[in-house]
Ligand binder design. Structure first.
Ligand code: NI
Length: 259
């Protein structure tokens, strides 16, 4: 059985876990999961992520306002509240933050304003960022060039060229279930080229369950499907791939500590 797995991007606060959240979480250590980073998308989900991190040893969290959420009322997008959460001992990143031009509801200027403010906040706190970039590669990269944060481009969907530039800026590339989908030819081509020391594994659960569970509720227990897919693609042993990505996640989010 594969072990030593870090899920660098999860949303266990989601309603889809409301019936059986504790049962699912309690089962994960037996499924080889050693750490999980639960990502906030607004003030209440960031605070909920903190509560989960306080309840489970293996849970850590990121606090941030997601691009799709930045048009919410002020109490849900209060960056002062996000900043307070960053000082919690189990908060390991600012996230998830970024730009999403796929959904048209939130004006781009507003998304950019929140993204920039949170990039600054991460710099000040000397913390990595977890970046959501959907159909906004040009503007995302422009801000990353300017602010040079530590961090990860999660569920990476850009070109090989963009991946190489992100890597040259010192960033990591997060991959999850989407890379196993039949129509993921571009992501597969990129996945082959990611330097071993920059690859991270993630779920984005409850979404993005990998093949053969596509369409079902995702959990960290499905990460081995992604690891096996990527290992075959890259011609390496699945456990070796996991051990390398775990070392990468520990370097980026946990100050190199492996415990
Ligand atoms: Ni997410």
């Amino acid at each position: 059985m594969l072990k030593n797995i870090i899920d660098t991007h999860a949303h266990y606060n989601d309603d889809k876990f409301s019936e059986d959240r504790n049962t699912v979480l309690a089962s994960l250590p037996e499924a080889g999961i050693v750490k999980i980073i639960n990502c906030g998308t607004d003030v209440s989900s960031s605070a909920e992520s903190r509560r989960l991190a306080e309840s489970y040893d293996f849970m850590f969290f990121a606090a941030g306002v997601h691009p799709e959420d930045c048009a919410k009322p002020e109490n849900e997008t209060d960056l002062g509240e996000i900043k307070k959460l960053l000082s919690h001992p189990k908060c390991v990143a600012v996230g998830e933050i970024g730009l999403d031009y796929y959904w048209q509801e939130v004006p781009r200027e507003l998304q950019q304003k929140f993204f920039e403010a949170q990039l600054k906040m991460a710099k000040e706190a000397d913390m990595p960022v977890i970046i959501h970039d959907r159909e906004a590669h040009g503007d995302t990269m422009e801000l990353l060039r300017e602010y040079r944060p530590k961090g990860v481009l999660h569920c990476f969907s850009g070109s090989t060229e963009t991946m190489r530039e992100a890597v040259s800026l010192g960033l990591y590339i997060g991959l999850g279930g989407a890379v196993t989908f039949k129509n993921a030819k571009k992501a597969v081509a990129v996945a082959q080229e990611i330097p071993p020391d920059r690859l991270l594994l993630e779920t984005d659960c409850p979404y993005m369950a990998p093949v053969p569970f596509r369409g079902k509720r995702n959990t960290s227990a499905y990460i081995p499907c992604v690891a096996e897919f990527l290992a075959a693609l890259r011609g390496v042993d699945p456990q070796a791939l996991i051990d390398q990505t775990t070392e990468n996640a520990n370097r980026l989010f946990f100050g190199g500590l492996t415990a």
